[in-house]
Structures are given as C-alpha cells and as structure tokens.
Design a protein around this ligand. Sequence first.
Ligand code: NAD
Length: 486
Amino acid sequence: MTVGSDSRTWSALIGGELRSARSGETIDVVNPATGETIATVPRCGAEDVDDAVSAASAAFESWRHLNPTERARRVNALADAVSEHAEELALLDVAENGSPIREMRGDAHAAAAQLRYFAGLALELRGETIPGDSDRLNYTLMTPFGVVGRIVPFNHPLMFAGAKIAAPLIAGNTVILKPSEHTSTSALRLAELAAEVLPPGVLNVITGYGDEAGDALVVHPGVRRLAFIGSAEIGRHIQQRAATSVVKTVTLELGGKNPVVIFADADVEEAVAGALRGMNFTWQGQSCGSTSRLLVHRSIHDELVTALAAAMDAMRSGPPAEESTETGAIVHRRQYEKVLGYLEIGRAEGARVVAGGGPPDDPRLANGLFVRPTLFDGVDPGSRLAQEEIFGPVLAAMTFDTYEEALQIANGVSLGLTASAFTRDLSLAHRFARDVEAGFVWINDTSKHFPGVPFGGVKDSGVGREESLDELVSYAQVKNVNVRFG
Ligand code: NAD
C-alpha cells in the first residue's frame, strides 16, 4: 500500500452516525514528508459539539448502568479491532505526521494494549466502607462524571486516540474525542471501528481547529470532565476557559524540557545510548518526555559528547514509510519553522552545533519538512535553547561540576515532566530521584513507558497522572453514603 493512496473525505462520528460538519467545511490533511494534500477531514464547530454532547448525554444513562464486565468486553472488542487493523492505522499516521512506520506500528499496538489494560481494571474501580459510627454503615460509590471531553495532540495520533478513551469509558462515562487538526485520520478510522462495537453516542470523534471545535468542547456546560494533552500554553488557556461556563474537573498532560544528567561515574557507552534514545529522534524529538537537556559532568564531557554526536550523525533520515528510516519529517510547516528558528536562536546565543544543524542533504526529502538530529554543545543553562520546549530533534548539552549544580540546572525550568540520571552510585541515584522536580524519573534509562505506571508532570507540565490506575480513578467522583441502622 502506498502511503497517502487512501486519499479520501473523512467523516466525524456523532451519535453513531458518520457525518460531515454541519457547515460542510473541511480541513486539508497534508503529508509533511511530501507536501501533498492527501485527504480532508470535517471542520467541526460549536454546533457539531452541541450535537456530540447531546448524543453523548443520551448514551450515558444506559452505558453507565451496563455491567462493568460488559463495558470491558466492548472495550476489548475495540482493542481487537485496533490490533487487526494495526498496519492500516499505522500507515495513516505515517502519511499524516511524518514519523517512521516502525514507530507508528508500535503506537497502534500500544493503543490496543492500553485499551486492554483499562478493560482489565474494570472491576477495580470500587469504593470503600468507613468505620465512622458503629450504628451506621458508611460507604463510598465511584460514580462517572457523564460526558468527558478528551483533547489530544499530534505526536502519537492513534496511540492517544485509542489509549486515552479507555479509562473514561471503563469508568462509565461517554466520551467526545478531539484529535489534532494536523493528524485526525487515524482517530476517524478508529471511530469507524468503534461504531461497530460501541453503542451509538458512547464514543464521538469530532475534528477541527483547537480554537473552534476544541474551545467549544472546553466551554460546553454539558462537559464536566475535561482531559487535555498538549502544550503548556494551551493547557493554561484551557484551565481559564473551562471555568467560564460551569465548574469542571480538568487534568492536563503538558510539555517538558527534561534533563538527562550524566554523572562522572556513569557507564559512558550506556549513557550515550540512553541520551540518544531519550530524545525520541525516532519521532523527530516530538515527545513531551524527550530528555532535551543533556547535563554532563565535566570529567567525561568531551568523550560523551563526541560519541553522542557520532551516533546522532549515523541516524538515517528517510521517507517515513520505508522500514529502514530511523527519523522522519516534522509534523507541519509551523512546527518545522519553529524548529529551524531555534537552530538560529542557539547559534545566536553562542552554542556550538556538533551534530546535524539543518535539513538533510537528500534530494528525495527536498519537498518534506525534515531536520537532522541536532546537538548543541556549550549551551548556557539560562538561554532560550535551554529553557524553552522546542518539541523537535534538538538536544542542548551543558556541563556541571557538582551534584548541587546539576540539580540547580535540572530544576531551573518552569516545566517538570520527566528526568533521567546515569550513575552507578545507588545513593546518588535515589537522592536525585528524590530531589529532581519531575513526575517521572528514570535511572540508567530513558524514554520507556510501562503499562500501569503513573505518568504525568509537576509545575507547568500538568495536573494528574495517566497510564495507570490513577487515570481510571480520575474519571470517577466519590459519592459518600451514610446509612443509619433502624
Ligand atoms: P497544542 O497544545 O497546540 O494542541 C493540542 C490539542 O489541543 C490539539 O488537538 C489542538 O487542536 C487543541 N487545541 C489547541 N488550541 C485549543 C484551544 N484554544 N482550545 C481547545 N483545544 C485547543 O499541542 P500540539 O502542538 O498538538 O502538541 C505538542 C505539545 O503537546 C507539546 O507541548 C508536548 O509536550 C505536549 N504533549 C504532552 C504530552 C504529555 O503526556 N504530557 C504528550 C504529548 C504531547
């Protein structure tokens, strides 16, 4: 199958019906590796969001009262459909967001795994009895919110679309999902698959711009629970906007400017491999969890930076659909220009490019939005290159002499999502894990997520934890019941 050959006009899913936006307007989907327009998706607006909220509200009463094992059976059936169509779904992502097929295939399987993980937890969402008074029975019920709004970004389109609907559905809510306007087609294919296994209105998928469909979902009084994955800037905006209609519960998974700290006693070979993997160059560094600040002890700096630059230079840029491609295209032109802008900022701030530094020199990629994995050395910890999330294949290296200095640099940013340390000193490792301001810490490791392990940030990186039991519980409200014995 040729990527992009599946060019078509896609439909939103609202109340079990596959349909266009009421306005009839569409958004062009562009392949960032070639510049070609490959499909159109509905440009939904406030009236479509109204329809989706009505449909989700109507479906809620029967969905919430289904036996949890029956809800789990339906969600497992959706997981099976995702597994069965994994290759097709992965190719939609490849054509739309420019990441290599090997990675997007992994994302499709990860989406199915997360759906199954939450389906398996269906009977674990339970209340408790509280010994308040011996003449009374006091217990809690875990009750769903109703209609949940789920807004997700572009970097893992299918994985987020699949994985992030699982917990709210299992907890008995109905869901309105809005994918990124840049990467909507795999979510719309998921919607088609879901229409076969979920009752109408239980899952609705609307596409459109953030400040149109997204905003309408955020302010809708019929949506009491919102979960957002995206940039810190939009996350803060959403917190404000959500409060303009009714009181809402909002969780936010936002950006990162995450440190990987290589202490003097680290195994340099392992640290090089870890720093390379931690940047997620295999999806062009476009990951909230990317360890995009490299802090290296002065004693091993030269050896480590030289080896890392060589490893980065060896990565193969290529057409995303080719199996041998290791790093693909940046998702859209604005993001590409942002990344190129930071390459200029880094140079202007006096940092030294030691790997990459611009587009690849390959005529096959000339029409696409490609940037080589780039390493800046000698970066000032206070500079923009070290402080601001780029969300691209750009790693900023800095040097430190003491633990205190490393920690000060590591914690000296407004974001706090992930952090990593490489050391053979057990107490240093645990001390770092205790002191670093991050929600997710690796020791002698990077990048990897584990099913069931809470993921989320501190400071401006967000509110809430996902990928774990915490996520499931966050989609229920505690109701306390007090019974007096007659
Ligand atoms: P973005 O914030 O621009 O958009 C994310 C989503 O929000 C999209 O669906 C978009 O349409 C929607 N949106 C935009 N403006 C909106 C508004 N005013 N109201 C409602 N919705 C709106 O982010 P992006 O460029 O798609 O993704 C990159 C960002 O996502 C990075 O900052 C990255 O760190 C973050 N991210 C975080 C996590 C995490 O788990 N913490 C995971 C992946 C990505």
